[in-house]
Design a protein around this ligand. Structure first.
Ligand code: PXP
Length: 253
């Protein structure tokens, strides 16, 4: 049965361009340029661009953030760890959105959600100036009720649900686990929406895994990167994004 959408607008696609910078950095130099990819993504129908400035600058560099802020017409979702350095950079640029993610130097990618409960008071103070500067603050968290409640208490406007465990279970062929992860993402997106939080989702999404998440009536935005950049090697960035957009639209009925 088709579900009534609880979104305030159409489901948005945020394209994460980090891994264009990963390829660039493999050789040093300037190509491929993540800002060129971002502009192309914008023309291909991305509703926003996401970029993660990691502490070790392994992909996106400071100059990329400067150039994205200059070049983009669509909103920039600036992903960052909750450090003083990143807060200073965000306050200098004032991007449309700031997504706070946990970060460990040794990880290959963002492994889990932020432990908001552990650092609740500290995080509430940390995001205050970002909100005052007009940034929409999003917290990247696991589908965990207590973490969502804590994100709400600290004054975040948005949560992004970590879809990595769901996508990994699908890739491993563990469909029981995949379906359990999906059920908890489903339940927690309803719960977060009931608290008045805007709900986003992302991490590891592919053509095979996007539709069940896109069908959640509360989810307002999906952020997708690694798969799209990989797929663009084979079909080009514009068709790769167009196919993701088509699948998202189809899932919403
Ligand atoms: N959302 C957040 C908060 C992330 O940290 C990432 C990875 O940088 C993504 C979405 C995109 O994940 P992927 O590159 O696996 O699509």
């Amino acid at each position: 049965m088709a579900q009534t959408s609880l979104r305030t607008g159409p489901l948005r696609l945020g394209v994460n361009i980090d891994h264009v910078a990963t390829v660039r950095n493999a050789r040093g130099g300037d190509t491929p340029d993540p800002v060129r990819a971002a502009k192309l993504a914008e023309e291909a129908g991305a509703d926003g661009i996401t970029a993660h400035l990691r502490e070790d600058r392994r992909h996106i560099a400071d100059r990329d953030i400067d150039a994205l802020m200059e070049a983009l017409r669509v909103p920039l979702n600036f992903e960052m760890a909750a450090t003083e350095e990143m807060q200073r950079i965000a306050l200098r640029h004032k991007p449309h959105a700031v997504c706070i993610v946990p970060e460990k130097r040794e990880e290959r990618t963002t492994e889990g959600g932020l432990d908001v409960r552990r650092d609740e008071n500290w995080l509430a103070n940390y995001i205050g100036p970002l909100r005052d500067a007009g940034c929409r603050v999003s917290i990247f968290i696991a589908a965990d009720k207590r973490q969502i409640e804590a994100a709400h208490r600290i004054g975040a406007e948005v949560i992004e649900l970590h879809t990595g465990a769901y996508c990994d279970a699908h890739a491993d062929g563990d469909f029981e686990k995949r379906d359990a992860e999906l059920a908890s993402l489903r339940e927690m997106s309803t719960f977060a929406h009931s608290l008045g939080l805007e709900v986003h989702a992302g991490h590891g999404l592919t053509y095979d895994t996007v539709q069940p998440i896109a069908a959640f009536p509360e989810v307002q935005e999906l952020n997708i990167g690694h798969f799209l950049i990989g797929e663009s090697i084979f079909r080009g960035l514009t068709p790769a994004i167009a196919e993701m957009r088509r699948l998202m639209d189809e899932a919403q009925g």
